[in-house]
Design a protein around this ligand. Structure first.
Ligand SMILES: [Zn+2]
Length: 98
């Protein structure tokens, strides 16, 4: 039995507590840029959201991300988030073309 501690974070969109690996961190860097932080180690103000269609779409429709980071979120960030959905985080061996 593994007793490894899994870090949990709250999604800023749905408020659910989930293991960090099921989420993505969006960070406002000290240079006032918004970036996706896959390592969770970038410095700056961060917010977590689930890698889930519902949450990413909601994030797009609301200003929650902007409120959490206190900065305007560029559309590229949402595109990058949506790309995460299609890649699914882990390769499932199947590479579906569009
Ligand atoms: Zn969520």
């Amino acid at each position: 039995m593994k007793t490894k501690k899994i870090p949990f974070r709250n999604c800023i969109i749905c408020g659910e507590r989930k293991p960090k690996k099921e989420m993505v961190r969006i960070v406002r860097t000290p240079n006032q840029e918004v970036e996706l932080d896959y390592t969770g180690k970038k410095s700056g103000r961060g917010a977590y959201i689930c890698i889930k269609k519902e949450c990413i779409e909601k994030a797009k429709k609301t200003d929650k991300l902007k409120d959490a980071l206190r900065i305007e979120v560029p559309p590229e960030i949402y595109i990058e988030l949506e790309n995460l959905l299609t890649t699914g985080g882990e390769a499932d061996g199947e590479n579906k073309g569009i």
